[in-house]
Design a protein around this ligand. Structure first.
Ligand SMILES: [Mg+2]
Length: 325
């Protein structure tokens, strides 16, 4: 499952429309919203949208409107509904509305195809999987997001039948939009080995900090963790390498002879390390240490990470910490 971006990293949210932002249409209308009077935001949605808009996060809608192909409404009618939505949160709050028009029939614009999402990404090259989130109330919304390579969050709606489907598909699941964005705003717990005080002092003496922001605090074991993810006290922790790319100074670490926690096959391993010092002025964050070690491993292989003549033993304590950044 792809990790959801943090709220402060978000630049855009792409919402499914019916059942996510507004109530789906009545059964008499085949579940479609066909007239402005039928357009009603679900409880709490307007507050969340206003908040996101005020934070400068771009809002998009991608919506499957098979009512057009069925002749229940024409494209101008759908546009007219979206024009009204543009006035309800704040003037021009939405950056764009995308729906499967007749002209795009047969292409991948219909969900679960990625066409609508790819069109948004093409129009906004600054958006990517790390700063853009797709939100919907159906598994097909999630499939579109996966096909476009974007993270997805499921919100339960008035359609309870899809809720079971989403849980089965193990989608990141939230009762409503407010709980989703509260969760994205909350600090992320992570399981780590905290470096003990004496070991920290010894390391800072052996490797004087080269950058203004000195950290030398912990070895991350698992990001987005719970108590259940806490590792046992390790028998041996050794520093085997020291690297600096001009903005991050990092120590390579082995925990009980392992270089990283178990990683899924499709994931690049996140090597155990201690971020010693960084230069935040250069836009560097501690998480960028991963990128540095992965680059070294890719270029020189695993042994290329170990450049110390003798490994250095250190003492640590497993702890559940909170990422407030
Ligand atoms: Mg929907």
């Amino acid at each position: 499952m792809r990790q959801l971006p943090r709220l402060k990293n978000l630049r855009a949210v792409i919402f499914d429309r019916d059942g996510t932002l507004n109530a789906s249409g009545s059964e008499g209308n085949g579940g479609y919203v066909l007239e402005p009077a039928q357009l009603a935001y679900l409880p709490g949605v307007e507050t969340v949208l206003k908040d996101l808009h005020e934070r400068g996060i771009l809002l998009f809608v991608f919506t499957q409107q098979n009512c057009v192909t069925k002749g229940l409404i024409d494209e101008q009618g759908v546009d007219a509904l979206h024009d009204i939505m543009q006035t309800q949160i704040a003037p021009a709050a939405y950056k764009g509305f995308y729906f499967n028009t007749q002209a795009c029939a047969g292409e991948d614009w219909s969900k679960p195809g990625p066409g609508m999402l790819n069109a948004i990404l093409a129009a906004h090259p600054e958006l990517n999987a790390s700063n853009c989130l797709v939100v919907g109330d159906a598994v097909r919304d999630a499939e579109s997001a996966a096909a476009a390579g974007l993270p997805f969050a499921f919100v339960a709606s008035d359609q309870k039948d899809k809720t079971a489907e989403a849980r089965k598909a193990e989608l990141p699941f939230y009762d409503n939009l407010a709980t989703l964005f509260d969760a994205l705003d909350a600090p992320v717990p992570y399981a780590a080995y905290e470096v003990d005080k004496d070991s920290r002092e010894m390391l800072l003496e052996a490797f004087p900090p080269r950058h203004p922001d000195v950290i030398a605090h912990h070895i991350t074991h698992k990001y987005g963790a719970t108590e259940a993810d806490m590792p046992p006290m390790p028998a041996g922790v050794r520093v085997t390498g020291h690297h600096d790319n001009g903005a991050i100074q990092v120590l390579v670490v082995e925990v009980d002879g392992k270089r990283h926690q178990a990683a899924r096959e499709d994931e690049t391993p996140r090597y155990y390390h201690i971020t010693l010092s960084i230069d935040r002025e250069q836009g560097i964050a501690p998480k960028n240490s991963n990128d540095l070690l992965q680059a070294i491993a890719a270029e020189k292989g695993l042994s290329g990470m170990d450049n110390l003549p003798e490994p250095i033993q250190i003492s640590v304590l497993p702890r559940l910490l909170l990422d407030e950044t």
